[in-house]
Design a binder for this molecule. Structure first.
Ligand SMILES: Nc1ncnc2c1ncn2[C@@H]1O[C@H](COP(=O)(O)OP(=O)(O)O)[C@@H](O)[C@H]1O
Ligand SMILES: O=C(O)C1=C[C@@H](OP(=O)(O)O)[C@@H](O)[C@H](O)C1
Ligand SMILES: [Mg+2]
Length: 187
């Protein structure tokens, strides 16, 4: 394993946060593979536990219950006192904005904000209708509203990484470099 991957390997749980469509799930899966860690996605865990899709869950129970379920899932994955190997967790875009969930993430993991601009994100989320919050007449306006409300909160993450253009590996490399820089500041 390259030296810089080793530094990242030795960190606690890594949690990716940021806006829908920025790449948390796809980058997280690749990062975990690179670091030889287990990968979890909080949306997948909610879907498995509830037997509903995220959209179905929102439809049936509403956002407040979704946030409560999301908190339970994240607490189970990274909030436990039981010592287990560090994982990579991709959170859903709203998880970090919910204070109880944010507290768990900040206390038990290295939080990494993947930052993308609205045009890239809009293009990506338009590929399917899996994101209930954007099933509105004007998704751009909704995204603008979410950016305004959420960016200051996402800014509380320990590490900020602007996504790279091009293949996923470029962003994975940026994340690993950012973790290295962060860890060396604390040694
Ligand atoms: N570097 C990239 N290049 C091209 N497409 C990407 C890249 N990163 C993510 N995507 C695509 O953008 C979409 C959203 O990514 P996803 O990982 O689901 O985001 P999130 O989990 O943050 O909502 C997916 O279709 C994914 O394949
Ligand atoms: O931003 C949000 O509030 C949400 C983001 C989604 O996850 P992704 O960020 O992985 O798309 C999913 O949890 C749900 O649709 C709500
Ligand atoms: Mg995702």
């Amino acid at each position: 394993m390259p030296r810089q991957d080793k530094v990242a390997f030795n960190t606690p749980h890594i949690a990716l946060i940021g806006m829908m469509g920025v790449g948390k799930t796809t980058i997280g899966r690749r990062l975990a593979k690179r670091l030889g860690r287990e990968f979890y996605d909080s949306d997948d865990e909610i879907e498995t536990a509830s037997g509903r899709t995220v959209s179905g869950y929102f439809h049936d129970h509403g956002e407040a219950e979704f946030r409560a379920g999301e908190k339970r899932v994240i607490s189970r994955l990274v909030g436990s006192e039981i010592v287990k190997p560090s994982i990579v967790l991709a959170t859903g875009g709203g998880a970090f904005t919910h204070e109880p969930t944010r507290d768990i993430l900040l206390s038990h993991s290295l939080t990494i904000w993947l930052q993308g601009d609205i045009d890239v994100i809009l293009e990506r989320v338009s590929r399917n209708n899996k994101r209930p919050l954007l099933q509105v007449e004007d998704p751009r306006a909704k995204l603008e509203e979410l950016f305004k409300a959420r960016d200051p909160i996402y800014g509380l993450a320990q590490i900020h990484v602007p996504i790279a253009k091009g293949p996923h590996i470029r962003t994975v490399n940026r994340v690993i470099r950012a973790i290295n820089r962060h860890q060396s500041n604390f040694r």
